[in-house]
Design a protein around this ligand. Sequence first.
Ligand code: MTE
Ligand code: MO
Length: 389
Amino acid sequence: MKLSVFRSGRRQVLASAIGLPLLAQTQGKPLVFPGKDSMLVHNDFPEDLEAPPGSLDSFLTPVERFFVRQHLPRPRVDEGQWRLAVRGMVSRPSALTLDELSKLAQHKLPATLECAGNGRGYFHPRVPGLQWTKGAVSTAEWAGPRLADILERAGLDAKATYASFDGADVGAGQTPDFVRSIPMRKCLHPDTILALTMNGKPIPPIHGFPARLIVPGWDGASWVKWVTSITAVPEADKGFFFATAYKYPKRPVAPGGAAKPEEMETIEAMPVKSVFTRPGAGTPASPAKFRLERTTLSGLAWSGENRIVRVEVSADGGSRWLDATLGKEDYRYAWRLWHHEWTPPGAGYYTLCVRATDSAGRTQPIEAAWNPSGYLWNSIERIGALVEA
Ligand SMILES: Nc1nc2c(c(=O)[nH]1)N[C@H]1C(S)=C(S)[C@@H](COP(=O)(O)O)O[C@H]1N2
Ligand SMILES: [Mo]
């Protein structure tokens, strides 16, 4: 698909907001981060890139297809100059180098990262913001020191209730600095790490080099990139990106309605969800095409902090459901591959559906609850397919 189709125009807004002529951002520079050229481009400055439908077909996502979301221009981080400040309610405030962090015990885990706004483009009525479809989710193997080790080394005060995380990116124009707070119970969980590597290599600059937070199962906004400071605090950050953004209504609101700030709560763990990767897409107007023969349907299923225990597929719009076969990689915080052999009973139009069930017994709704910021889309996916004899 053409890049221009997906460009939403924010580049222009941001470029003028920070007082730079638009041309200075593009002249002589590739529009998209090297290696990411097959991605759908929602913004090119800063880059907001989505994996095309059907392209997320492996357990670990190669960096070339790993989605990208940043609110502010990506900072340039010099490895030698970079320090991680650990401060606030700690008895031994410190500034750690990358070398010091790599000498701490390293913990490795695969984990799926999903933007809370993944699927926003499907909500009716339309919700403003990036119109992500299904590709703002990816999985990598992350490794680095446990956040608990870093905090305990600094002499964490037991009365701290949150840690606040700031990255090397800074506020620009109307967009404030990106700071997030994480409750101490999640900070101290043994699977919460400050990753130094992604799929076995130093984290690429666009994904948060040299250190990014891994908050397994929680929405992407919690996974702060380019972390420069960790501050143990008695209460959560009051800035826009924690106090206002990434909130979900405590009680359902009518589609198109509103909720007062006190009726909203911070998004934490992500819900259960599944998608097709084969076929990646298909609508009544533009159905996926099949021959009248046995064919493999496949896809992904994940559920925040829970395992996937069941995936079911329907070829008749949800009347009859059949169990799909689950992939061998079965990790608490990572998606699970699934596949299902389908022999269409005859030529014609079919509505393919998939739904997942997790280890907590949760399954997907027919229609995800509409909410004012368009978060947590997890409706049962429906794909139009045309079988030709
Ligand atoms: N410092 C910083 N960290 C950040 C962001 C940001 O704008 N600045 N965006 C967050 C959001 S909203 C998401 S969904 C993930 C995206 O991570 P990725 O670009 O590696 O896919 O990073 C998170 N971490
Ligand atoms: Mo996000």
